[in-house]
Design a protein. Structure first.
Ligand code: ZN
Length: 402
């Protein structure tokens, strides 16, 4: 799948190259291909061929990633984000085998005009700026409907679902959900680590669940066909959302607390509640999150321990993947934004620190290696098709407007 030609499969367009004079960032960006050595999953030639065929034949949906290039030195990211312009990784996406990727924009690091994320103006800047750049090419396009997904698959393009990891920017105005939907957003989280007007985040010392305003917001999200994500919400908030929502609820990127006991992972009752709505649980691979007791060095094996737990708990029809990767040093990102992202992994059992998660380092390699691992471990073609994208597509069909 992956190619060594950085322009392969694209029209050669580079992010923001329409600007005159060209945007001159005072620091280099991480490469889209080849930042880390290629992963060797030890597949036989037949296994590799079968995995590649499954990627080609099926709709492949990443429920959560950041398919953009970060600075080569992550310490430059605050200055990078203040430009308002994160650079879509066009060549990396073209080589990924992905049909659709949920693109969560600058998320908890959207600090364009200040040093705290989630300001309304910053989020709107991020949404508009990325789409202004996307409009200059047609290999990577924003998808807003299930019909759009079918179209990009048929045409061999890559679709982006625009998402936000928290509804914090709407403050106390339900109507801003309509505005975000109008700007192309199709997935939204309730709260991030900190609580907001809708509900509790996952890093709070007390779990207040979904607020009255949060209940009104969930109803509006349902009416708008805005997919709801509870990945960073507190467990009680997630349970309340599942009880209130009349559409499938997504946990786009997470894992099981039964497998690795940190706040960022969800207890089994939340995983069951998400599945009970018809939702899908996407397994994350963000460094030092989906570790497991059996595999305390974060790897594709520990990520799959979470996937197999979820499949056994709620059924394979509620499993997917949201690797939460990006183009650049993700471990470095966690260090630079420790004050904004800390709290999710406090109290983790002892485990080895890794520079990156081998095999799940960036959006280009993730799904080729996930498909490879599933083939290698005896999964049927039908089950692989479900977890690569069919489950997510079904849930979106029950959520989005036609
Ligand atoms: Zn996240």
């Amino acid at each position: 799948m992956a190619s060594s030609d950085p322009g392969a499969g694209t029209d050669g367009y580079l992010a923001y190259s329409y600007l005159e004079p060209p945007l001159a960032l005072p620091f280099p960006l991480a490469p889209e291909l080849g930042r880390v050595p290629p992963y060797d999953g030890g597949l036989t030639a037949d296994e590799r061929a079968r995995a590649d065929r499954l990627l080609r034949e099926n709709v492949v949906i990443s429920l959560h990633d950041h398919p953009v290039r970060f600075p080569a030195d992550m310490a430059d990211t605050p200055a990078y984000n203040r430009t308002g312009r994160q650079h879509t990784a066009y060549a990396g996406l073209a080589a990924s085998g992905l049909t659709v990727v949920f693109d969560n924009l600058m998320d908890g690091t959207a600090c364009v005009t200040g040093h705290a994320p989630w300001r309304w103006d910053d989020v709107v800047t991020d949404l508009g700026m990325r789409q202004a750049d996307l409009a200059h090419q047609d290999r990577v396009v924003v998808v807003r409907t299930v019909a759009d997904v079918a179209r990009v698959k048929a045409e061999g393009r890559v679709g982006l679902v625009l998402g936000l990891e928290a509804a914090t920017p709407i403050e106390n105005e339900v109507e801003r959900l309509d505005v975000l939907h109008g700007l192309g957003l199709r997935q939204i989280g309730i709260a991030y680590s900190d609580s907001n007007a809708l509900g509790s985040g996952l890093a709070e010392p007390r779990d207040g669940g979904l607020t009255s305003f949060g209940r009104r917001a969930v109803r509006r999200m349902n009416q708008l066909g805005l997919a709801i994500d509870v990945s960073h919400s507190s467990p009680q908030t997630a349970l309340d959302v599942c009880a209130v929502s009349d559409r499938p609820v997504l946990l786009t990127h997470g894992g099981a607390r039964a497998v690795w006991d940190i706040p960022r992972m969800m207890p089994d009752d939340v995983l069951r509640a998400v599945a009970g709505t018809g939702g899908v649980i996407g397994i994350s691979a963000a460094p030092h999150t989906t570790v497991s007791t059996a595999h305390p060095r974060h790897s594709i094996a520990s990520v799959m321990d979470h996937a197999e737990h979820v499949a056994a708990l709620v059924g394979v029809e509620h499993l997917g993947f949201g690797p939460d990767t990006l183009y650049g040093d993700h471990v470095g990102l966690h260090t630079v934004f420790a004050d904004l992202m800390g709290g999710a992994t406090v109290g983790a059992p002892p485990h080895e620190r890794v520079p990156y998660v081998d095999g799940l380092e960036n959006p280009t390699e993730c799904f080729a290696n996930i498909a490879g691992w599933l083939v290698q471990h005896g999964w049927s073609d039908d089950d692989v098709a479900l977890v690569l994208g069919a489950n997510a597509l079904r849930a979106l069909g029950e959520t989005w407007l036609p």
